[in-house]
Design a protein around this ligand. Sequence first.
Ligand SMILES: Nc1ncnc2c1ncn2[C@@H]1O[C@H](COP(=O)(O)OP(=O)(O)OP(=O)(O)O)[C@@H](O)[C@H]1O
Length: 279
Amino acid sequence: MSELIVDVRDLTVELGERPVLHGIDFQVSRGEVVTLLGANGSGKSTLVRAIVGLIPPVTGDITIFGQPLRSFHDWPRLGYVPQRTTAAGGVPATVREVVASGRLARRKPFWPSTRSDREAVDRAIEMVGLADRADDGIHTLSGGQQQRALIARAASGDPDLLVLDEPNAGVDQRSQEAFARSLRTFVASGRTVLLVLHDMGPLEPLVSRGVVLDAGRVAYDGPVPVPVAAGRHVGHPGAHSAAVAGGSAADGTIGVPSAVPNDHPHSSDEETGPFGWTS
Ligand SMILES: Nc1ncnc2c1ncn2[C@@H]1O[C@H](COP(=O)(O)OP(=O)(O)OP(=O)(O)O)[C@@H](O)[C@H]1O
């Protein structure tokens, strides 16, 4: 069996004393691109935040790179971009400076950046299609471009696992396509990606597995569902949780769409369905 990069067992999380995740089992193996799907408030961001160590579990275990999270120290191996952040915040930094800050965990304190630092920063800027804006102030970029700069910052540290919470929110189609191409290169080098997505868009062919959360529980875990008709989708043969997801197991359909309404406030394309398909 391939190496488990993320291993979540029986995870329960509370926020403000309210249970949000209930007994989640969730694994990601090396080289996979796994997307978390589900309705607003189903717990996707909470699961991701627990995995990167921002929220403590009430019960259950989280292991990353084979290490229990509570004793994990190798943070440069993990790149994380949270949802809906802006990079500007009044800081007069250029795109290159923001991206270069992603290398800090790999550098010796007070030493100047090395050639490999600078090359990694250039690669990451190229990856998100911001090469022509590298020396511009981050505050001059659009929200979507700032989001891409943050992805580049996470990627510049050469992580083995990239965790991105809605990386394409508010990002135009052409940039999404450029990002999908770069992510393909990232994954081809044997690295691993965990994404929260509402609209898969150009990332869809890259995604190896979809996990749908419904009210803090795993409702489906299997190949990414594909559409059969407006509002109905079918799982690939072998999708193991079809019945659990609420659809009709008899006709092979799964109820994923009902768990993934397209009501997200910052979707980049209002005409597009939850998996990036025109509805
Ligand atoms: N700080 C908090 N305190 C209390 N409840 C919270 C907090 N943050 C989130 N929640 C609640 O936890 C639940 C899960 O939220 P979460 O953000 O993980 O969902 P999500 O699936 O990522 O949603 P979205 O698609 O809208 O980002 C929601 O009901 C939300 O209201």
